[in-house]
Design a protein around this ligand. Structure first.
Ligand code: ADP
Ligand code: MG
Length: 279
């Protein structure tokens, strides 16, 4: 059963908006030495602005209709930006499929990250748009690239400080993201993370977590998305953003109620101190 130090850390955490599901979870958090972090919605706010785009109006309506069914931060941004679009031309009987960690599909139309469209015809060179420091979303119809959106996200104001604090306690913080190399690198450098992996699929995130556990690390994983859920469940200590997806929270041991990364650090450091003094 949990020690008095652990119970005390749990109850103080709860008051501060850090929900820890039990003594074992609290003890793992205390001894964590590696912390993998997702990017979108975790180190960043996940509130994207549409910076520029090219697409036919008829297909735009389809895209907006499709994204209305998705909870991904990119989907929400597109729906917000094009909220007044007329959707009456859309065939609403066709099924929409979420391609976890990549995008959404409806019939012959796919809205997803650029790497999904290898082998597609790209008459307008839209795939090259993803070399910029934006998150680029591509629209494909049949085997052809027919549109793109460039979206910009913002790094959370406390992210850099939170990363530095964990590092100062000897925690190796690493970034795992489904986004492409240029954005991954830019965010990693903004928050001073030297090890990052771009273009991760959900199964890649699991692999990095498991490999690290196998090497004897006590591994934390922090994320917000459906795509993070398997890795969160595999980590010694899964940490979910409270304003993220429900699946992420259900797969985790810790929930940061108001998404504040500094509060996670406070809870971590408090439990370390209590364990040193009370044990
Ligand atoms: P991250 O690891 O940065 O949180 P995700 O794994 O959630 O990113 O998604 C990876 C990428 O897949 C996103 O950067 C985006 O390009 C694309 N993607 C995922 N879901 C959608 C969607 N509903 N619409 C468009 N693109 C999506
Ligand atoms: Mg995310």
């Amino acid at each position: 059963s949990a020690t008095p130090a652990t119970l005390s850390a749990i109850s103080r955490g709860a008051r501060d908006g850090i929900l820890v599901k039990g003594g074992k979870a609290m003890e793992s958090l205390t001894s964590m030495n590696v912390l993998f972090s997702d990017k979108t919605g975790t180190l960043t706010y996940g509130q994207f602005d549409v910076v520029d785009y090219q697409i036919d109006d008829s297909i735009l309506a389809e895209v907006i209709y499709m994204e209305q069914q998705s909870t991904h931060p990119i989907a929400k941004a597109l729906v917000r930006h094009f909220g007044t679009e007329d959707l009456s031309s859309v065939d609403q009987t066709e099924d929409i499929e979420e391609i976890v960690g990549s995008g959404v599909r409806k019939g012959h139309i796919t809205v997803a990250k650029p790497s999904f469209f290898e082998g597609f015809n790209d008459p307008n060179g839209y795939l090259n748009e993803s070399t910029k420091e934006y998150t680029t979303i591509i629209v494909g119809a049949h085997q052809e690239v027919v549109g793109y959106f460039n979206l910009a996200d913002t790094v959370r104001k406390e992210a850099k400080e939170a990363v530095a604090l964990f590092q100062s306690e000897g925690v190796d913080v690493r970034l795992l993201t489904g986004d492409h190399e240029v954005v991954a690198k830019a965010v990693a450098s903004t928050v001073n993370i030297d090890r990052y992996v771009a273009s991760c699929l959900p199964e890649d995130k699991i692999k990095y977590v498991n490999d690290s556990i196998q090497q004897g690390d006590i591994v934390g994983m922090i994320g917000d998305g459906i795509n993070d859920a398997p890795a969160l469940a595999n980590a010694n200590i899964g940490i979910a953003m409270g304003e993220g997806s429900t699946v992420a929270m259900e797969s985790s041991d810790v929930v940061i109620v108001k998404n504040d990364l500094l509060k996670l650090f406070n809870s971590f450091i408090l439990s370390r101190k209590l364990n040193r003094t009370i044990k």
